[in-house]
Design a protein around this ligand. Structure first.
Ligand code: A2P
Length: 284
């Protein structure tokens, strides 16, 4: 049509070059198992987020066989780094035939990923009423938003105790979380940032379900039998004192929500804070 005919040649040529919108540079990649890895990318100067939120990240998809056009392939990823960090960290599974992670697992420092700088999510302090004890319940890559929250001073300032449970099938799948807890406890800078007296509030409770480890079982079972509370030396869940954030598979979230509601806790939201919040971990 007329418009196209009037378009200067140079502009048409430029439009054909696949440009990456919201490109960020990969700075570090760590592989934990055949199915788990973490990576860090540059942070857009304008990006503000609350610890626990997620953004859409991804890569350009394959060119369309007919039009040759490339569309970005994006998925929701919890930001695993704290809001004070000058880079962004993510924790991901690798799915061999997953549209995104089959490619994303091969990224190297210097590569670019797409990051839409619009953070959102329910696993934020604003969605919880004040309490004494904060539980983070995670399975698999559901640990990611808590990796952010555990490095945020606000988490400790608002509670007397912060308890993170992480359940995986196998011991090696706990490594990312275990390393993070270890770095929080032993890193001098982290100690200064979070405050030594605050770090004394942190309790880590890892469990496995399919490989032998010191503590075995689904966290839902350990709650039901009371074993979790006995191990920690704390009273059972109560809406007066306890707050919780939950992040795992759909089935896990549903089952844990039932247990929390049975204990009298109500689900909260940004607009209406209450005693617990839930978010699905990214899968595939
Ligand atoms: P299990 O090995 O008994 O299925 P997945 O990789 O399937 O997402 O599971 C991650 C971890 O979460 C596994 O240890 C798994 O235990 C546990 N899990 C999965 N579904 C539930 C659930 N509905 N309630 C409690 N734990 C669960």
């Amino acid at each position: 049509d007329q418009m196209t005919e009037q378009t200067p040649v140079t502009q048409t040529a430029a439009a054909k070059v696949p440009t990456l919108p919201d490109a960020q540079t990969v700075t570090e990649v760590k592989h934990y198992t055949d199915s788990l890895f973490s990576f860090r990318v540059t942070r857009p100067a304008s990006l503000r987020f609350r610890s626990g939120e997620f953004v859409m990240i991804g890569l350009m998809g394959d060119p369309d066989p007919v039009t040759g056009r490339q569309k970005p392939l994006l998925r929701a990823y919890s930001i695993a780094s704290p809001s004070w960090d000058d880079e962004l960290e993510f924790y991901s599974i690798k799915v061999q035939n997953g549209p995104l992670t089959s490619k994303l697992q091969h990224i190297q420092p210097g590569d670019t990923v797409i990051l839409r700088p619009k953070p959102v999510g329910t696993l934020v302090h604003d969605a919880l009423l004040p309490g004494k004890r904060l539980y983070f319940f995670a399975t698999g890559t559901g640990f990611a938003p808590f990796a952010s929250l555990l490095r945020d001073p606000e988490t400790y300032e608002s509670y007397d105790e912060v308890i993170i449970t992480h359940t995986c099938r196998e011991v090696a799948e706990l490594t990312y979380g275990r390393d993070l807890i270890e770095s929080i406890r032993s890193d001098e800078l982290m100690g200064e940032l979070l405050g030594e007296e605050n770090l004394a509030k942190l309790r880590y409770y890892p469990t496995t379900t399919r490989e032998q480890s010191p503590k075995m079982g689904r966290i839902t079972s350990l709650i039901e039998t009371g074993e979790l509370f006995a191990d920690l030396g704390v009273p059972p869940l109560s809406p007066e004192t306890d707050r919780a954030m939950v992040c795992g598979s759909l089935g896990f979230n549903t089952d844990l929500k039932v247990l929390l509601e049975k204990a009298g806790l109500r689900e909260g939201a940004n607009s209406e804070p209450a005693e617990f919040v839930v978010e699905k971990a990214f899968v595939g």
